[in-house]
Design a protein around this ligand. Structure first.
Ligand code: PA5
Length: 447
């Protein structure tokens, strides 16, 4: 049996006694119970808890559709924003070649759209798509989000003009609500193949639904291994009432005790650059789930060692308002050894013969110790290797920890009322019908 990812609290002990973490984690078993019984806040959105089994019935179809798109096109544009974008991108970037778009070997390309409204980005994208034989996967649970809706309108028009309506319809897959929303009706009118995001799963918890798994499968990644990893994590956390060996409870408890010690900023850090988008996904998961009612930890991220030459100075010596969560990946997928040089003119011969991973590991250890000396608590999350199975584990581990953490600070971790504020203003400023009153007030303010 493969070992699990684990949480190590050696570098938080100076700031929050281990016994207190265990006590809060043990007390938080009641939040696990509330999740399992569906008696806590947001209980209409708990479908993700059992996704590792529920999704198995759809795997064949997801793989079949992925294979079809791979066979009829060389590129897929994945359109979506927030929870309908970040999960897929996090997994794809973590498990793909770091320079996949530059590889000479024939492979399928994924391009993202609908996560901004930049005219230049969209125009550059159309330039690229002119020379591509592409498909579209458009993802929006509500089916009404402005950013992906605009991108889809532009790309659908482009694809229909380029390939013709019939071929375009064969190459467009919509992932949306099972019955409601503009995207659902558009799909019915145009005869697109569709997948549903279940009513009881919110966007940021949807990576193990077709919203995440279809784009990941299109990239040729083994989605069954991801789900297997998530299932193993579910097995060791969801009903595990022994807090000292339940990583999700330990992590949720530790970060909240650190918050209570006066550190409201959590920086997720890693020496594995492939995890950049996993950090983006994590920021959305925790930021949208906890940041409400004037509460919550502000989630930030750094890529190391890159940012040691940038934000590293602040982490070491700036305001003591932060703590770090280090995702430490033990084994690399590939091997490179530092060569020796006869005259040692760059004075690096003391490293010759060493693997880069060994140097990276010592950089990580040195950084953790330095930050600790600078009064930064560091939670370590140890990951044996970066593969499908452990990405699945990380996803479930963080999702469960986030839900428990939200309950610890007494917020509903499954809603996002604050996201509406900018939308109302944008609609009013764009003269959307129904927003006339708000438009008048805003335009007055802007005079
Ligand atoms: O987590 C969430 O619920 C949000 O981030 C949504 O995923 C995001 O707003 C996109 O929504 P939709 O999928 O409805 O287009």
């Amino acid at each position: 049996m493969k070992e699990n990812i684990s949480v190590n609290l050696v570098n938080t002990a100076r700031f929050i006694p281990y016994e207190e973490v265990i006590a809060l984690a043990q007390k938080s078993v009641r939040h696990l119970d509330a999740l399992n019984a569906g008696t806590g806040a947001g209980s209409d959105f708990l479908g993700w808890l059992s996704l590792p089994e529920q999704i198995l019935t759809q795997m064949d179809r997801i793989e079949r559709v992925a294979k079809h798109l791979r066979s009829v096109s060389d590129t897929t544009v994945v359109i979506g924003i927030g929870g309908s974008y970040l999960g897929a991108r996090a997994v794809i970037e973590a498990l793909s070649h770091s320079f996949s778009s530059l590889l000479r070997t024939k492979h399928h390309e994924i391009i993202y759209a609908g996560h901004n409204i930049s005219e230049d980005y969209s125009s550059d994208l159309l330039d690229i798509l002119e020379g591509r034989n592409y498909s579209i996967v458009v993802i929006s649970k509500s089916g009404t989000t402005t950013e992906p809706a605009i991108a889809f309108r532009i790309l659908k028009d482009h694809l229909e003009r380029k390939a013709g309506k019939t071929i375009a319809a064969d190459r467009i897959i919509a992932i949306t609500d099972s019955s409601k929303g503009a995207l659902r009706s558009l799909s019915e009118i145009n005869g697109y193949d569709t997948f549903s995001i279940p009513d009881n799963i919110g966007g940021r918890y949807s990576v193990l639904t077709p919203a995440g798994l279809l784009p990941i499968a299109i990239m040729g990644i083994d989605i069954r291994a991801i789900v297997k990893g998530a299932a193993a994590m579910e097995e060791s956390t969801r009903r595990n009432k022994n807090a000292s060996v339940n990583p999700s409870l330990l992590y949720a408890a530790a970060r909240n005790l650190i918050l209570q010690s006066g550190r409201p900023v959590e920086i997720i850090a890693s020496f594995t650059p492939q995890l950049h988008y996993l950090a983006e996904w994590w920021k959305q998961l925790f930021g949208e789930s906890e940041g409400k009612e004037g509460k919550g930890i502000f989630p930030a991220s750094v890529d190391l060692t890159t940012d040691l030459h940038s934000l590293g100075q602040y982490i070491q010596e700036g305001q003591r308002i932060l703590f770090e969560t280090m995702i430490s990946v033990r084994n690399t997928r590939k091997k490179i050894t530092i060569p020796a040089e006869k005259d040692d003119s760059d004075q690096l011969n003391y490293l010759s013969g060493k693997r880069l991973s060994e140097v990276n590991l010592q950089a990580e250890t040195g950084t953790v110790l330095a930050h600790n000396d600078g009064n930064v608590p560091v939670i370590m999350i140890n990951v044996p290797e970066l593969d499908e199975y452990y990405i699945g584990q990380l996803i479930y581990f963080f999702e469960l920890a986030c839900a428990v953490s939200g309950y610890i600070i007494d917020v509903n971790p499954f809603d996002q009322p604050g996201v509406e504020a900018y939308k109302k203003n944008m609609f009013a400023l764009l003269d959307k019908p129904g927003f006339e009153e708000a438009a008048k007030k805003l335009k007055e303010r802007l005079k």
